[in-house]
Design a protein around this ligand. Structure first.
Ligand code: MRU
Length: 351
């Protein structure tokens, strides 16, 4: 049981469909669902059956394969098949707006379509193989992120994390929690504080499940508590994931991350981002250009189907915020830890 989550594959192409853990049910149930059509995949991403930037990237890639399989049944000419498939791919990329891994992975599939010289069956096969390749690479990348990140975890450290950037947010192993896993393998005296992460509670529901199942000591705190524990010197470092990183290092991650970063700066605690290079969007100069997803009022007004506020109250529910690069000690990637000046270190990482 203790190795259970470390070895899990959150999303996998199997039997001509995309098999994924239904994350809306975690931790009450841990079950897989098979996504069998392009529209089902669009909805699975939008409703967060699959979530976490790298995981929704793979979901988007699988979604393009599913659309290709559907279009094949329409007996179109090769040219019309390609035209329609590229349109469907663009639609898939709009299922959520903030995590750039989704657009990145869909673009990888579009390159396969545009560069292929095969017939329709051949294109579908190439798309499947590319999706499987992206899946396998994701786990390898996360292990590299974990190894680089473990080098900056002090002995016996208490690490604060926000949201879930774990195995369940990726194909497996995780980014921020990959760093925790690799550090714990070297030093089993480290421990984690997990923010609950309102409103969808990915920290409480998913991160605590992942870490406790792997035997990593974990303490759940509510989102407003981080500065209290920082002042008491009970937090040694912060590691979180990312949904999109601009060329200057500004980083979008789950709403509440920015607050944690400000508190960490005030208390002189290093604040790290752990993310693959596919999360870096070099086409945008700063975080001001990142589109922030607005989610439903019900996520805030209700808990487990029960209203928790005055029914008519105004609600605003941005899903993400942007942490300015000045607050980030380093961005842990598969090619090493990028340090300020991020404009330069990011450029170098891509060269
Ligand atoms: O809305 P979510 O649950 O998809 O948001 C997830 C996060 O913000 C994660 O921290 C981020 O995607 C990194 S996952 C490795």
């Amino acid at each position: 049981m203790s190795e259970f989550i470390s070895k899990i594959r959150t999303i996998q192409w199997v039997d001509n469909c995309s098999r994924m853990v239904d994350q809306t049910k975690v931790p009450y149930e841990f079950k897989y669902v098979d996504i069998k059509s392009g529209q089902e995949m669009f909805d699975a991403i939008k409703t967060m059956i699959v979530r976490g930037a790298p995981a929704i990237g793979i979901a988007g890639a699988h979604g393009v394969v599913l659309y290709a399989m559907e279009l094949k049944k329409e007996n179109l000419s090769r040219d019309t098949f390609i035209k329609k498939l590229l349109e469907k791919a663009d639609y898939m990329a709009t299922s959520r707006p903030t995590a750039v891994n989704l657009m990145w992975a869909v673009e990888k599939q579009k390159e396969v379509i545009k560069n292929s010289t095969s017939d329709i069956d051949g294109i579908i096969e190439e798309l499947k193989q590319n999706g499987i390749k992206l899946e396998n690479e994701d786990i390898k990348i996360n292990k590299k992120i974990g190894d680089y990140g473990a080098e900056v975890v002090p002995k016996g450290a208490t690490i604060l994390t926000h949201c879930n950037a774990g195995a369940l947010a990726t194909v497996g192993y995780g980014t921020a929690l990959g760093v925790v896993r690799s550090a714990f393998a070297k030093d089993n005296t480290i421990q984690v504080f997990a923010d609950e992460t309102r409103p969808r509670q990915q920290g409480a529901r998913i991160t605590t499940l992942e870490l406790t199942m792997d035997g990593i000591p974990t303490t759940l705190i509510t989102d407003g508590m981080c500065s209290y524990f920082m002042k008491k010197k009970m937090i040694d470092m912060v590691v979180v994931g990312a949904d999109r990183i601009a060329a200057n290092g500004d980083t979008a991650n789950k709403i509440g991350t920015y607050t944690v970063a400000i508190a960490a700066k005030y208390h002189n605690i290093p604040f790290y981002i752990a993310a693959p290079l596919s999360t870096i969007d070099t086409s945008i100069k700063t975080g001001d250009e990142i589109v922030i997803e607005e989610r439903s009022r019900e996520e805030v007004t209700h808990i487990n189907g029960k209203i928790i506020c005055a029914p008519e109250v105004n609600v605003i529910n941005p899903g993400f915020d942007v942490t300015p690069h000045e607050l980030i000690a380093g961005i842990i990637t598969e090619v090493g830890i990028l340090r300020p000046n991020y404009n330069e270190s990011i450029k170098k990482a891509f060269s």
